[in-house]
Design a protein around this ligand. Structure first.
Ligand code: C2E
Ligand code: MG
Ligand code: MG
Ligand code: MG
Length: 291
């Protein structure tokens, strides 16, 4: 359709963003104030169950609405937040806002889960479990509406401590996921000892799925192995319907990606959910896709 060919379609929600590059030193100093002034905002990206086309949940992704520089992506400030220790208060803020939003959606009849990304400092923070418990109770939510994502690298920094903290969170009912799976150096043998329930396969493998046989083999075998270990696989970075169809054929559990829905501000999320749930079931039945 004409709308499809229209240049700038990727910016359909008007949420273009500056990404990449390192934060200027002056901006690092502003980060703390940005948090206090409410300039850190969350956008939400749908996670879609492949078999049914249902939106199961959303991932909360931080952005900095900077008064002069516009909307800054996390790649331009998360690393600085980690280096300076601001990641502690930042994560508390993200957790609180994401759960507040989750409660709003659930009260409105939209039963979504919400995923929050943790950095290594967060996982090693002795206050993490209490912070999570307090945030859940503040918003009147059960632990099973919350997903926490950690990378392989994060879990490997202090395996013993990670095992203990993740065990407590899992016992509470929090859903734990390994993010960017395949980019780290951990083995599934180690990961399967952690109480995680999902593997999110890194975008770099998913993007090449259709044209690159090695990527396809990695994704296929990861899904296979995960099934034997009782883990669900979520593919990140699904940008088109052909990739979605391949993942359906591989019995991948869920998908996330620009081809389903970009991260959007919370007010745009309900319409995006409707749009996805109206479209994806047809796609996975092979309707309307030229492979
Ligand atoms: P992530 O957790 O792996 O999140 C997925 C990233 O991939 C997001 O980038 C998302 O916008 C992008 N993405 C999703 N689908 C597609 C696609 O189809 N194609 C492409 N090219 N990209 C896609 P974003 O929002 O820039 O976030 C980047 C990273 O920043 C996140 O990677 C996460 O590691 C980190 N991050 C974001 N928010 C937070 C946060 O609140 N706390 C922490 N600690 N890290 C965060
Ligand atoms: Mg993530
Ligand atoms: Mg990821
Ligand atoms: Mg990532």
């Amino acid at each position: 359709s004409a709308a499809k060919e229209r240049p700038g379609r990727t910016a359909r929600y008007g949420v273009e963003m500056e990404t990449g590059g390192n934060l200027a030193p002056s901006l690092i100093g502003e980060l703390r104030g940005a948090l206090d002034r409410g300039e850190i905002v969350l956008h939400y990206q749908p996670q879609v169950e492949v078999r049914t086309g249902r939106v199961l949940g959303v991932e909360a992704l931080a952005r900095w609405q900077h008064p002069e520089h516009g909307l800054l992506g996390p790649d331009s400030f998360i690393a600085a937040a980690e280096r300076t220790g601001i990641i502690g208060p930042l994560t508390q803020y993200v957790l609180d806002r994401a759960l507040a939003q989750c409660a709003i959606w659930r009260r409105a009849g939209l039963p979504l889960t919400v995923a929050v990304n943790l950095s290594v400092r967060n996982l090693l923070d002795p206050g993490l479990v209490d912070d999570v418990r307090a945030a859940l109770s503040r918003h009147g939510l059960e632990a099973n509406v919350l997903e926490l994502e950690i990378t392989e690298g994060t879990a490997m920094v202090d395996p013993r401590r990670s095992l203990q903290v993740l065990g407590t969170l899992a016992d509470m009912g929090v859903l734990l996921s390994i993010d960017d799976y395949g980019t780290g150096h951990s083995s599934l043998a180690y990961l399967q000892r952690l109480p995680v329930r999902r593997l999110k396969i890194d975008r770099s493998f998913v993007t090449g799925l259709v044209d690159d046989e090695p990527s396809a083999a990695i994704v296929r075998s990861t899904i296979e192995l995960a099934r034997h270990l009782g883990l669900d696989v979520v593919a990140e970075g699904v940008e088109d319907d052909v990739t979605l169809l391949r993942l359906h054929a591989m019995a991948c559990f869920a998908v996330q990606g620009f081809g389903l829905g970009r991260p959007v501000p919370p007010l745009l999320l309900p319409d995006l959910v409707d749009q996805i749930e109206a479209r994806v079931p047809d796609v996975v039945r092979g309707l309307g896709v030229v492979d």
